[in-house]
Design a protein around this ligand. Structure first.
Ligand code: TRP
Length: 336
């Protein structure tokens, strides 16, 4: 296998508000990578429109994701931050991958099945080929490492399949084998109302999630209102079978405090959830408060955010364009 420069790529959709799930499950884990790797972080607006988005809301959500990344510690001097639609290599490479990926592969994608639900016939074609575009995002930079939440694992396996088939169809060693980086506790933050559903920007219940635009009072209030059960906390995570809401709150506590969920359990063993939630509310405010305040400050300065995204797009394009030209040569597109 050819050797590739270590490069990190990841993306967040600008659809709805950023939540504590995006922060703990994704963005927070990217911060440290900036010191050891070349890092590229993308606001994936092309992915967002696989489901219709109000244009003005999409523009604002794009800035909000950029602001969330910066407020969480992604430094535009160390990382490239940009929005996907502004670098045409993504869409161009996605088309080529539409011709590499097989229908059978896409038919197995569980996220499509979940999002399309019972009305598959009415889902956009874009939603179906969403994973091809995601493969293009990553491989347009020949990225080697992709930090994502556990729910994106299947899409990364597809990315590896596409890279491998492209390499073998054209007899090249052009695309790297992408490594997923899946981080520890609470990689999957669940809804505060239903411990079996992922915390989601699109859940109709505001109390189901903590948004990175919520102020300190609101964060505390939502934690205190979070659903739990009447049993006390057990001494270990194994004893939480069937108590999805309890498990979720303990995982959030662990992720926010940088500790193991088991340790949190043994500290609170035998106590009721009222006290625990009080402490979790304080912890959440302490950790998230500075981030949400910085985000609000950034959101008030659209000129600055737009300049970061513009510069990021230019820099991303400088990396992706030569790679795309090589792909065109490999595939046999004449570049007269
Ligand atoms: N599908 C990812 C999600 O919903 C977002 C995404 C798009 C992404 N392109 C990517 C993540 C490339 C990592 C790499 O979370």
């Amino acid at each position: 296998m050819a050797t590739f420069k270590q490069r990190v790529f990841s993306g967040v959709q600008p659809s709805g508000n950023l939540t504590v799930g995006n922060y703990l499950g994704a963005i927070k884990n990217w911060v440290g990578l900036q010191e050891s790797h070349e890092t590229i972080f993308c606001v994936v607006d092309l992915h967002a429109i696989t489901v219709w988005q109000d244009p003005d809301v999409l523009r604002d959500a794009t800035r909000e994701v950029a602001a969330g990344m910066i407020a969480s510690g992604i430094d535009p001097k160390k990382s490239i931050i940009f929005n996907q639609s502004q670098v045409s290599a993504h869409a161009e490479l996605a088309w080529i991958f539409n011709c590499v990926a097989r229908m059978g592969w896409l038919n197995r994608m569980t996220q499509f099945k979940e999002k399309a639900g019972k009305h598959k016939e009415r889902a956009s074609v874009g939603l179906y080929v969403y994973p091809d575009l995601m493969a293009a995002d990553i491989l347009a930079y020949q990225a080697t490492h992709v930090p994502v939440g556990a729910d994106q694992k299947q899409h990364l396996e597809l990315t590896r399949d596409i890279a491998q088939k492209f390499n073998s169809d054209y007899g090249v060693e052009f695309f790297p084998e992408v490594e997923p980086l899946i981080f520890g506790e609470a990689t999957r933050v669940m809804s505060l109302r239903d411990g079996k559903a992922k915390m989601s920007k699109s859940d109709p219940s505001e109390n189901s999630r903590i948004n990175l635009t919520d102020d300190r009072d609101l964060i505390a209030k939502k934690i205190r209102k979070a659903r739990t059960d009447s049993e006390p906390l057990p001494g270990s995570m194994d004893e939480l079978e069937g108590r999805a809401e309890a498990k979720n709150l303990i995982n959030i506590f662990a992720a926010l405090s940088g500790r193991k969920a088991g340790e949190v359990c043994s500290e609170y063993e035998g106590q009721g959830f009222a006290d625990f939630k009080g402490d979790l509310a304080d912890l959440s405010v302490e950790v998230l408060g500075p981030i949400t305040e910085e985000m609000a400050r950034l959101m008030a300065d659209k000129t600055y955010l737009d300049s970061i995204l513009r510069e990021g797009s230019d820099n991303a394009d400088k990396v992706a364009s030569p790679i795309l030209r090589e792909v065109q040569d490999i595939v046999g597109f004449l570049r007269p």
